[in-house]
Design a binder for this molecule. Structure first.
Ligand SMILES: [Zn+2]
Length: 233
C-alpha cells in the first residue's frame, strides 16, 4: 500500500469522526438549551398571576356593589317606612338615596369593567397554557429524537476509533506526524485527491509531474499551493 493511500484512508475516517463530533456537540448544546421552554413557563406564570389579580379585583367590585345596594335599601326603608315625617329630614333622606344611587351606578360600571378585564386575562391565560403544552410536547419529541441520535453517534464514534487504530498502524511515524500537523493547520483536511488534474481542496491545476508523483507509491506528494498531501487513486 502506498503511503498516500494509507493517509487517504486515515483522512476519510478522521473526516467522519470530525462530523460525528461536531454533530454530538450540537446535540449536547440543543439538549442543554431550554430557553424556549423557560420563556413559555414564565409567560404562563405571569398570565396566571395577572388573572388572579383580575379575579380579586372583580370580587372586590362585586362586594362594593353589594354593600352599596344594602345602603340604598336601608336609606329607602327609612324614607318610605313612615317613621320619618319631618319634611326637612325626608328631603335629606331623598338626597341621600339619590346620591347613593348615583354612586351605585359608578360602582356597577367599575364592576362591568373588572368583569371584562377578567375575561381578557382568562383568555390570555388559556393561550399561555396552550403554548406551554405545545412547547413541552415539541421539546419532548425533540429530546427523544436527539437522545436516540446521540446514542447512535456515540456508537459510530467507537467504531471509527477502532477503525482509526487499524488504519494508523501501517503508517510510518514521520508521515503520521506530517499528517497530524497538516490536520491542525488545514482545518482538518490534510489529504486531498487529484480531480481533473487539479487539487480537489484548493483547485490549483497540477503539472503532469505533480500528478505523476501523486500516483507514485514511493514518496508523498503535496499540493504546491495549499501544501496538502495529494492522493491520486
Ligand atoms: Zn491544493
Amino acid at each position: 500500500m502506498s503511503a498516500a493511500l494509507g493517509l487517504y484512508r486515515l483522512q476519510q475516517i478522521d473526516t467522519q469522526l470530525d462530523h460525528a463530533r461536531v454533530r454530538l456537540e450540537a446535540i449536547r448544546a440543543t439538549l442543554e438549551n431550554d430557553v424556549e421552554l423557560r420563556a413559555a413557563l414564565d409567560r404562563a406564570a405571569e398570565a396566571e398571576k395577572t388573572h388572579q389579580e383580575a379575579e380579586r379585583a372583580q370580587r372586590q367590585a362585586e362586594a362594593e356593589v353589594q354593600a352599596q345596594k344594602i345602603k340604598i335599601e336601608m336609606a329607602e326603608s327609612s324614607l318610605y317606612g313612615g317613621n320619618v315625617r319631618n319634611p326637612k329630614e325626608l328631603q335629606d333622606l331623598q338626597h341621600d338615596v339619590a346620591s347613593l344611587k348615583k354612586y351605585f351606578a359608578t360602582l356597577e360600571d367599575r364592576l362591568l369593567e373588572s368583569m371584562l378585564k377578567t375575561e381578557a386575562t382568562a383568555s390570555t391565560l388559556t393561550e399561555a397554557r396552550g403554548a406551554l403544552t405545545r412547547t413541552e410536547s415539541t421539546r419532548g419529541d425533540q429530546t427523544r429524537a436527539l437522545t436516540s441520535e446521540q446514542a447512535t453517534l456515540i456508537h459510530t464514534l467507537e467504531r471509527f476509533d477502532s477503525e482509526r487504530k487499524a488504519a494508523t498502524a501501517p503508517i510510518d511515524a514521520k508521515a503520521l506526524e506530517q499528517y497530524e500537523s497538516l490536520r491542525r493547520d488545514k482545518r482538518g483536511l490534510a489529504v486531498t485527491t487529484v480531480s481533473d488534474g487539479a487539487c480537489a481542496a484548493c483547485g490549483t491545476t497540477l503539472t503532469p509531474g505533480h500528478q505523476q508523483s501523486a500516483r507514485s507509491s514511493a514518496a508523498i506528494a503535496r499540493c504546491p499551493t495549499c501544501a496538502r498531501i495529494l492522493f491520486a487513486g
